[in-house]
Design a binder for this molecule. Structure first.
Ligand SMILES: [Cu+2]
Length: 402
């Protein structure tokens, strides 16, 4: 009986201490002291410094739960080791023989109940807050695809902007099976992209998520955001960045071979900078919205095609066009690239899976007609290739899509 009471007061005392310590320890580090480039730091043990209200709450909850767990750990092991030591047989301790102690039973019901409430109450508030995507200033759709993200600004300032966001780390830093990297790995290795998602600071951004092929997940740890992007479904989440900066994340759902190669980079800028960016982007898009009926010269297509190739194809087929034996088909000397052009247009629009390679050629139908025509023309006239049908016009791609 006496022991039970002592145990109860010990546990209550520790829980109360935890409450006090919890309040003190839950102040997250100021984000301005964060020296990194917006991604994880080497040997980082804690969560990334939060950059939104929700991320702050998650950070605090995490700290709070850690403390509760620690207190329970110390209390349980403390009592256990104390009892073992104090009541050992060699000092002549006689075991108590009581039965059915009401006090103990109440204690081990009430105390865990209080602990659960102390965890569930604050957690529920945050989870409900995470799901509240109402009253957004900006709505952006993110589409996961093997293996990149597509962004469409659906509503709010910047409406109509749409672009693809590809990994920017060159393959020469990555290497491939049997091919060690030939270049030193950069600071943002595998967490850098060619087109960053740009959003204004202090504005509620609703992210609408879906996918084209398999399940991906859009995750930015500093925002406390992680949401699956599921083909055929639309899910949403939101964030409101509380300071300017660059924030990095990754696809967080295993989505195939290049899962680690589709990072997410969000650039949070001031309202003025955002306006400038939107203006520039809209102009750039107007300039890019090529008339698919325009007839291009072969040189124009080759110049454009090389850019498309570097951004989308070189990661597998390599800048040399030689591919990687057994994994990626060579385009230099390929029968498809040197054969009838209709066949190559078909491969680009629909992908190819001959079974001769470990992976398959994905479909590129999300590229523009001009991009597809350009990249085909480029591959037909580059390296040692000298295709007879050496030029493909955007109109031919338009026709093949039907
Ligand atoms: Cu993915």
């Amino acid at each position: 009986m006496k022991h039970a009471k002592r145990l109860l007061s010990l546990m209550l005392g520790l829980s109360l201490t935890a409450l006090g310590v919890g309040r003190w320890a839950t102040a997250a580090p100021a984000a301005s002291t964060y020296p990194g480039t917006g991604g994880p730091r080497p040997l980082e043990l804690n969560l990334q410094p939060p950059a939104t209200q929700i991320a702050h709450e998650i950070y605090d909850l995490h700290t709070w739960m850690m403390i509760i767990c620690l207190v329970i750990f110390v209390a349980v092991f403390g009592v256990m080791f104390y009892s073992i030591f104090k009541h050992r047989k060699s000092v002549g301790h006689k075991p108590a023989t009581f039965h059915e102690s009401t006090t103990v039973e109440i204690a081990w019901t009430v105390v865990p109940f209080l602990i659960v409430i102390g965890m569930a109450l604050p957690a529920t508030r945050t989870v409900v807050g995470m799901k509240d995507t109402s009253n957004a200033d900006l709505t952006i759709k993110a589409t996961g695809m093997q293996w990149k993200w597509g962004y469409d600004y659906l509503k709010g300032e910047g409406e109509g902007i749409s672009f693809l966001s590809n990994l920017a780390t060159p393959r020469s830093q990555v290497g491939a099976p049997g091919m060690p990297p030939t270049e030193k790995r950069g600071e943002n290795y595998l967490i850098e992209v060619d087109n960053e998602l740009v959003v204004p600071v202090h504005k509620k951004v609703r992210m609408v998520l879906t996918a084209n092929d398999v399940i991906h997940a859009w995750s930015v740890p500093a925002f406390g955001v992680k949401q699956d992007a599921i083909p055929g479904f639309v899910r949403d989440t939101w964030f409101k960045a509380d300071h300017i900066g660059t924030f990095r994340g990754n696809c967080a759902e295993l989505c195939g071979k290049e899962h680690a190669f589709m990072p997410i980079v969000v650039k949070v800028v001031s309202a003025e900078d955002y306006k400038v960016w939107v203006d520039g982007k809209l102009k750039e898009m107007a300039a890019l919205a090529d008339d698919p009926n325009k007839t291009w010269t072969i040189d124009e297509l080759k110049v454009k095609g090389e850019k498309v190739y570097t951004a989308n194809c070189a990661m597998c087929h390599q800048a040399t066009g030689k591919g990687v034996p057994g994994t990626y088909a060579p385009l230099d000397g390929s029968a498809v690239v040197n054969g009838p052009k209709a066949e190559q247009i078909h491969v680009l629009l629909n992908g190819q899976k001959s079974g001769k390679y470990q992976v398959e050629m994905p479909s590129w139908k999300q590229l523009s007609d001009t991009d597809i025509a350009a990249v085909i023309t480029y591959t037909r006239n580059n390296w040692s290739n000298k295709a007879e049908e050496n030029i493909v016009q955007p109109a031919e791609v338009v026709a093949a899509r039907k």
